[in-house]
Design a protein around this ligand. Structure first.
Ligand SMILES: [Ca+2]
Ligand SMILES: [Ca+2]
Length: 171
């Protein structure tokens, strides 16, 4: 006959298992992106092909609970570029460009990500950022003859109209 301690142990074990399973259920739900968002890695993405000024794009992203994307490393940059390539018609057409969440609007030459990510990585095109005619917002500029060149960055006037992504973390 099982001792009281054994019985209690079994109950605790069953309860723990139940809680663990329930959490599993909950988390399966909470790790899905909402409708109309694309899930890639730890983020949900939405693409906006209607071109907008940087600050309007940023506001749209904020309103739907996200940000313009920040890029922390080469892999993340490539993820966004590959996603874009799969979404647009004729991705090899030169000079398509789309906003990322980087700008030096607060202080010239001090670039900051709109989502607060510290700037520890960059992928500027050769000769950029050049602040030509006072450029304070950053685009990925699809120019160059290979995938590497086509995902590099350029500072551009914030009032230009550009396509953009919004991104938010899964959790
Ligand atoms: Ca600037
Ligand atoms: Ca520039």
């Amino acid at each position: 006959m099982a001792s009281l301690v054994q019985k209690i142990s079994l109950m605790v074990l069953l309860l723990t298992g139940f809680v663990w399973l329930s959490e599993g259920e909950v988390c399966r739900e909470c790790t899905k992106c909402p409708q109309y968002w694309m899930e890639i890695g730890e983020y949900c993405y939405q693409y906006f092909g209607n071109k907008m000024k940087f600050h309007d794009a940023e506001n749209i992203c904020n309103r739907i609970g996200g940000d313009l994307p920040s890029i922390r490393n080469e892999e993340e940059g490539n993820t966004i570029y590959q996603l874009w390539k799969g979404l647009v018609n004729n991705p090899t057409k030169m000079d398509y460009a789309y906003w990322i969440g980087l700008r030096d609007t607060h202080q010239e030459k001090k670039f900051e990500w709109t989502d607060g990510t510290p700037l520890q990585y960059n992928n500027w095109k050769h000769g950029e950022p050049n602040n030509w005619e006072n450029e304070d917002c950053v685009e990925i500029r699809n120019a160059g003859n290979n995938d590497y060149e086509r995902q590099r960055w350029n500072d551009r006037g914030c009032n230009h109209d550009r396509a953009f992504f919004c991104r938010k973390p899964l959790n």
